[in-house]
Design a protein around this ligand. Structure first.
Ligand code: NCD
Length: 367
């Protein structure tokens, strides 16, 4: 087993290879992938600690969003307050980004994330450009993300990037002249979704502390889960219940290095019914088909959890159900009418928080 310091080195070397094909080959080796994820998480935390400021010597510093830890808790509070103000007074913000452009560089499919980023920029008076698949970009000709972002930096003011390879948006941010937002990197992190999740919980429950949250489904590959856990442990008295089959448990770099290392109260259970009654928030997730190494495993696990009306009867009256979406089978459609089902509201909150994020990263939040 490599030492942590060697893992940093390895990950940085691999990332600076900047050739997506080589990186892809390396990342497909399972054990290397696990190590790389650990290394990436540590590297990001290191980097975030350095990056966690907006102004230095009175000068605005360019910032990216790679991990939810890129913002301090105080900064997150401000960002969520801004999102709530945008929700209440959208007209105040309609021209804040006049003349600004957002590039959406999506190397992986997306409906909500890409379109909500685009809607956010349009609501702010800006415009959007971009691509929605690797096939429709020069990645299909072998261009690296580093080269692509150098070029995009000439065309746009800010970029939201989704990539199937862990660490790709981070590589891009290191060569970028514009702020880069990680809109999902492989099975690693999805901080842009985390902001929407935090805003939804805070707006509906009125708090981010004193909650028991259950994460259910694919906790191994679910990047939204990894990012939200990282973000929530900074609030007081957050209890976490991890609900998954054995094969889809959270990776060690979340259980040991995030939960245990920070003395967070958590437990792991297999049956949703066993956890239901104690939860304030239930965060359902889809089994991440595209990250499985074989189809058989996916087919066996895909319907492991189905949240039904009957199971909802076991929950508190004020529990809320979240899901980053898309849903496949894991929430039965007859749960949608339950007032506790908040996943479509969550998709709406995503627009407000992305407007707040764009304003913050462009340094326009305080104008
Ligand atoms: C998630 C993602 O892409 O990780 N979706 C999203 O961004 N709203 C969840 C998923 O695809 O299952």
């Amino acid at each position: 087993m490599l030492k942590l310091s060697q893992l940093y080195e390895t990950s940085i070397q691999l990332l600076s290879v900047q050739n997506s094909y080589i990186l892809s080959y390396i990342l497909q080796q399972k054990s290397v992938k696990a190590n790389l994820n650990i290394a990436l998480s540590y590297y990001m935390i290191e980097k975030c600690n350095k990056n966690c400021y907006a102004k230095k010597n009175g000068r605005q510093i360019m910032r990216h969003l790679m991990s939810p830890l890129d913002f301090s808790v105080e900064e997150l509070d401000k960002l969520l307050d801004l999102a709530n103000d945008i929700e209440a007074h959208p007209e105040k913000y309609a021209h804040k980004c006049d003349g600004k452009k957002l590039a959406t560089c999506f190397y992986e499919p997306s409906t909500r994330t890409r379109l909500s980023f685009e809607a956010a920029m349009l609501n702010l008076g800006g415009s959007v450009l971009g691509f929605h698949s690797a096939d429709s970009s020069s990645a299909s000709k072998g261009e690296s993300v580093s080269d692509t972002i150098r070029v995009i930096s000439c065309y746009a003011d800010i970029c939201a990037m989704r990539h199937p390879k862990e660490g790709a948006p981070l590589v891009a941010s290191e060569k970028s002249r514009i702020p880069v937002i990680n809109a999902g990197d492989g099975g690693h992190q999805h901080p842009a979704q985390t902001l929407a999740d935090l805003l939804t919980i805070r707006s509906i429950k009125g708090r981010l502390n004193n909650i028991t949250i259950g994460f259910c489904g694919d906790l191994k590959f679910g990047r939204t889960v990894h990012s939200l856990i990282n973000a929530l442990i900074r609030y007081d008295n957050v209890r976490i219940v991890l609900i998954s089959p054995e094969e889809l448990k959270v990776p060690d770099y979340v259980r040991d290095d995030v939960l245990r290392a920070n003395n967070i109260e958590f437990k792991e259970v297999e049956k949703l019914e066993d956890a239901m009654g104690e939860l304030d928030v239930l965060y359902m997730t889809r089994v991440q088909k595209e990250r499985f190494f074989n189809e058989e495993d996916y087919v066996r696990l895909k319907d492991f959890y189905i949240l039904t009306k009957e199971k909802m009867e076991l929950a508190k009256d004020d529990m809320i159900v979240l899901h980053p979406l898309p849903r496949v089978n894991e929430i039965s459609v007859d749960v949608d009418d339950d007032p506790r089902a908040c996943y479509f509201r969550q998709a709406q909150y995503a627009v407000y928080v992305r407007m707040a994020l764009i304003l913050t990263l462009l340094g326009l939040a305080e104008d």
